[in-house]
Design a protein around this ligand. Structure first.
Ligand SMILES: [Fe+2]
Length: 297
């Protein structure tokens, strides 16, 4: 159990107590306000009362809508273009979707031809497309010039939609696939830009490399990145790279996922055969999702 006076823990407890004392929050059932005020930060954390969870408790109103999340399309040939045409045609059937996230490894080798084919094919979706770079979107020599030419300004960025905040972060270290260190440029962007966001608004983070603890290929410094969102009302973290369906609960109660790939020529790491994407719903400040399999030809 964390004792008062231990740096962050003490600050957390004082912040939480101040909010209970000001009656911004109600004690969980079974606890009196007096008992609540005697708790240590360890107990607060074990109850899921991380600062970001408090943000969720009094979050501003946000809209309800659907969106699509796809990852690891690995375009490498004309055959893949035909496949992605079918993927996009199926996605267009989700008439309720309002935007699409693509979590990297858009292409297999970062070539101009593949980057162009991916961009042109997904333009037919008719939805705002928000991409992130994957390790396979680099050409030899860690050259990401084709990604940056196809998708300018799409390394670290944020956007907002109907009261929700989306943060897209570059977690790659060139073509490296394992034991990756998220690069200083990403942390510098967070330092500069997170202050412009409202921590109370429901927030969605999306990356290429997995962020959840215990998931294969998680970057070595993933915790340092997640720490930046400590005070945020983080509701979901979507990632790719590990071509497998995983779901974890993050420390703010955020759902953290990876998904099977949406590639014709690449397999899944968990041995599953299904290919597809997530159809997600943002509703009442939370995110739910379901895997949608792409029908075979
Ligand atoms: Fe991949």
């Amino acid at each position: 159990m964390v004792a008062l006076g231990e740096g962050f823990g003490a600050g957390l407890v004082l912040s939480l107590r101040a909010r209970y004392e000001s009656r911004m929050l109600r004690p969980p059932s079974g606890l009196s306000r007096r008992e609540m005020l005697r708790l240590s930060s360890g107990v607060f954390l074990s109850m899921g009362l991380w600062p970001g969870a408090l943000s969720a408790a009094d979050a501003p109103r946000s809209g309800n809508y659907s969106f699509i999340v796809t990852n690891d399309t690995h375009h490498m040939s004309d055959e893949c273009t035909a496949w992605l045409e079918r993927v996009v045609a199926q996605m267009r059937g989700h008439r309720e979707a309002r935007l699409c996230l693509a979590l990297g490894d858009l292409t297999d080798t970062g070539s101009r031809e593949s980057m162009t084919a991916f961009r042109k094919t997904f333009a037919k979706l008719g939805l705002p497309l928000h991409v992130q770079i994957g390790n396979h979107d680099y050409a030899a020599g860690n050259d990401r010039s084709q990604y940056e030419a196809a998708f300018p300004g799409r390394l670290n960025y944020e956007f907002r939609y109907r009261g929700w905040q989306y943060v897209s972060l570059d977690t790659t270290e060139g073509t490296k696939a394992d034991k990756v260190q998220i690069q200083p440029a990403t942390f510098a962007w967070l330092e500069e830009n997170l202050r412009r966001l409202n921590p109370r608004r429901p927030t969605i983070l999306f990356t290429h490399l997995p962020m959840a603890e215990g998931v294969q290929y998680r970057p070595l410094n993933a915790d340092a990145l997640l720490d930046q969102f400590r005070d945020f009302n983080l509701r979901a973290v979507f990632s790719g790279h590990y071509h497998s369906l995983t779901q974890r609960s993050g420390r703010n109660g955020a759902v953290m996922t990876t998904n099977r790939c949406c590639a014709l020529k690449r397999g899944n790491h968990d041995g599953s055969k299904e290919k597809g994407y997530f159809l997600c719903v943002a509703r009442n400040g939370d995110v739910t999702f379901e895997f949608i399999e792409v029908n075979p030809a």
